[in-house]
Design a protein around this ligand. Structure first.
Ligand code: PXP
Length: 258
């Protein structure tokens, strides 16, 4: 069985920073904490609207991240130019809509193979490993394998599975409750993971993963890496709050004792 690694997505550290236009919290500092705590690598998504990660963050991460730096980008000329200049260890191509809250689905390799093929070729010819973000759909994997490019693998979108867990399969009264949906979504992930790994592709997965839902995905032996961000940053804000409150109380007390 392949070892399972964690790539920590630090986008939402930058979301907090951008919300105030402050110099903190710094995604580079967060990346250092994540790596020294056991993450194999760091992921950031440089969006066209720069809503969280900035170009300068990607450059600073390039010179500070010791493990794998995975840059998520849309296959636009602008983003490909930045990737070719900064040279992350891996690029994950994702679809991007300007008004989406977060990445809404995988790439449609079936309908748009041309631009994806040419983006992969540009990156691969510069020796940058390329992965594609895919919904767990056998047709998308089949299209990927006929692209005739040097894709190293793909990241399976776990969004539908994690939403099924939220809706609850077990007699919950959520209006969208759909018994069996968790198993159905897991079956799709399992099937495409098995097929992809069988074809020699590396299989990654991510989106919406939490400690509460990661188990069935983490147990799939074909998956080599999970890409997790929002939950880690959210949980960090809660468990880290005790430390930051102590630091502030110390600073206030020492001001009074002077
Ligand atoms: N993988 C991809 C391609 C993503 O776009 C995202 C979200 O930025 C993630 C993984 C991580 O998802 P989450 O922040 O929900 O853990």
């Amino acid at each position: 069985m392949k070892p399972l690694h964690l790539s920590v997505n630090v986008d939402h550290i930058a979301t907090l920073r951008q919300a105030r236009g402050a110099p903190y919290p710094d995604p580079v500092e967060a990346a250092h904490v994540a790596e020294t705590t056991g993450a194999r690598g760091i992921t950031v998504h440089l969006r066209g609207d720069r809503r969280h990660i900035q170009d300068s963050d990607v450059r600073r991460l390039r010179s500070t991240v010791r493990g794998k730096l995975n840059l998520e980008i849309a296959a636009s000329d602008e983003m490909l130019g930045i990737a070719l200049e900064v040279r992350p260890d891996q690029v994950t191509l994702v679809p991007e809509r300007p008004d989406e809250v977060t990445t809404e689905g995988g790439l449609d390799v079936v309908r748009h193979p041309g631009p994806i093929r040419s983006a992969v070729r540009r990156l691969a010819s510069a020796d940058i490993a390329v992965s594609l973000f895919l919904d767990p759909d056998a047709e998308q994997l089949a299209a990927l394998t006929t692209l005739d490019t040097e894709v190293i693998g793909f990241e399976l979108n776990t969004d539908a599975y994690t939403r099924a867990v939220i809706r609850g399969d077990h007699g919950g009264d959520h209006p969208e409750n759909d018994p069996g949906s968790i198993e159905r979504e897991l079956d799709k992930i399992r099937e495409v993971a098995e097929q992809g790994a069988g074809q020699g592709l590396q299989v990654f997965a991510g989106h919406g993963l939490t400690t509460g839902n990661v188990g069935p995905v983490a147990s799939l032996p074909q998956i080599e890496e999970l890409n997790i961000g929002h939950w880690l940053v959210s949980r960090g804000a809660i468990v880290g709050l005790a430390q930051s409150v102590r630091e502030m109380l110390d600073a206030m007390a020492s001001a009074r004792s002077e």
